[in-house]
Design a protein around this ligand. Structure first.
Ligand code: GCO
Length: 484
């Protein structure tokens, strides 16, 4: 063992993380809580969607999920064993406001109150997401959901309720999780609720989501919670140009502007990227001057959800943005079919650091779905997941060494859970959750992560020889918009 193996202080800077760096794991309400019909919780669009025959794989629903609603204390004990320093979870809007507005559910609020207290008692910093896709069904039914121009105000009222309830203890808030997915899956492709396939409505829904973010941030800043920070979780990729040609390089810029930039630019500068304005014309709604003011600098930090990257190629046929997004065919993939590209993370971090200069970054999701065969004790020796995580942590360390201000990292996910339309067939957890008994068993990746956190720095082997995660062979290159 070399000397820097013993002491974090003497490890080379490329392997150390800044003081106060937070290591965590993430979940979302509908994916883990269960208990969907008790204590006054109202239905969400996801409850109704999952109840539709054929909507999810195997007809899986979040009705029981991991039953975290009843087992949260056991789950916090597991977090302690994993040495987690932070935990990202989401509030179910219909659990605290069954109809999405008006009446408040006292038992629903009390649950999150207990959860936050228990986390703090365990020394774990809560990161709270207000909207991880489970819109109260009543708002969809009576107001047409995110297409209604008043939804941002209702969201801000709900956010205000939660700031009042938890703002004295929660210091990190995320308004929205991945507005891109809400629009792409919910309004462009129709694979998530509300199941719409209409680009104009998609841009309108995305617009109202960002207005909702802005109003909630304004409300939070009005509360003047000491030391509190707020942002939203952005999912995006790094797009590598397919060749050195100017046209492919410009295509890669457009690919990134119209993915991450679509949502991050308004929250930074108050408007969409110029290329979207130019090429979408009247289909892209305008922010009022007042909304633009509220949006500008409405991220206190950059919250990045990163899973994979892609390749961009100029294509005159692909209007209006003239690029194709290519899934690299030569790389191993996770079970989601997403190529494993840690290098994309390092490049993306550098790019975001330049574009949104001065914003600290938290990686609020990163993880892999793997085949996960449990032994007779329920233990999963998921070396493939360890390889994925190690590669991405090493890439993050590289960006930190280059001066990118990354302050935290969250594995998606703490527990195997409902992977939306994929049901329970895709497993991302550091901890296995048996589908029959709901028994939790820490996987090899959980033990590995606990060791990493305890060391507080990268093991030398990771830096000298970053692991390549074994994975499923990817199919040949295919153009897709299904990249995260
Ligand atoms: C998302 C969500 C998570 C997913 C995870 C794996 O990105 O879709 O934030 O809820 O479960 O990303 O797909």
């Amino acid at each position: 063992m070399s000397i820097d193996e013993k002491s974090p202080e003497t490890a080379p800077s490329s392997r150390r993380f800044p003081p106060g760096f937070l290591w965590g794991a993430a979940t979302a309400a509908y994916q883990i809580e269960g208990a969907t019909t008790i204590d006054g919780r109202g239905p969400s669009i996801w409850d109704e969607f999952c109840a539709t025959p054929g909507a999810t794989r195997g007809g899986d629903t979040g009705e029981i999920a991991c039953d975290h609603y009843h087992r949260y204390r056991e789950d916090i004990e597991i977090m302690r064993r994993l040495h987690l320093q932070a935990y990202r979870f989401s509030i179910s809007w219909p659990r605290v406001m069954p109809e999405g507005r008006g009446q408040v559910s006292a038992p629903g609020l009390a649950f999150y109150d207990r959860l936050v207290d228990a986390l703090l008692e365990a020394g774990i910093e809560p990161f709270v997401t207000l909207y991880h896709w489970d819109l109260p069904a009543a708002l969809q039914r009576h107001m047409n959901g995110w297409l209604h121009s008043d939804l941002p105000n209702l969201f801000a009222d709900y956010a205000d309720l939660m700031f009042n309830k938890l703002g004295d203890r929660v210091r990190f808030w995320l308004t929205l999780n991945e507005p891109w997915v809400v629009v792409d899956a919910g309004y462009f492709r129709g694979t998530h609720p509300p199941g719409i396939k209409n680009p104009a409505e998609g841009y309108q829904a995305g617009h109202n989501l960002m207005r909702a973010h802005a109003y909630a941030v304004a409300c939070y800043r009005g509360h003047q919670c000491d030391g509190g920070r707020i942002s939203f979780a952005l999912n995006t990729t790094f797009s590598f140009p397919e060749s050195r040609s100017a046209s492919d390089q410009a295509a890669a810029e457009r690919a990134m502007d119209t993915f991450g930039g679509w949502f991050a630019d308004p929250a930074w500068s108050g408007d969409y990227p110029a290329v979207m304005r130019e090429r979408l014309g009247p289909m892209l709604p305008e922010f009022s001057a007042e909304d633009a003011d509220l949006l500008r600098r409405s991220m206190d930090f950059l919250a990045l959800n990163y899973y994979t990257s892609d390749i961009a190629r100029y294509s005159q046929d692909s209007q209006p943005f003239e690029f194709d997004r290519i899934v690299p065919g030569h790389l191993p993939c996770t079970e989601m079919g997403w190529p494993i590209m840690p290098d994309g993370l390092a490049r993306l971090l550098r790019r975001l650091h330049q574009r949104y200069a001065g914003l600290p970054v938290y990686i609020t999701e990163n993880g892999a779905a793997c085949p996960d065969n449990a032994d007779e004790h329920g233990f999963v020796d998921d070396q493939d997941r360890i390889g994925y995580l190690a590669g991405h942590v090493a890439a993050m360390a590289e960006a930190v060494a280059d001066g990118v201000d990354v302050r935290g990292y969250f594995v998606w996910s703490l527990l195997d859970n409902l992977e939306w339309t994929e049901g329970y067939s895709k497993r991302f957890g550091l901890v296995r959750c048996d589908r029959t008994t709901l028994q939790r068993t820490i996987k090899a990746s959980g033990l590995w992560y606990a060791d990493l956190i305890a060391m507080g720095r990268l093991p030398a082997a990771l830096v000298d020889k970053p692991p390549v995660a074994p994975g499923l062979p990817a199919p040949g290159p295919v153009a897709t918009s299904r990249c995260r």
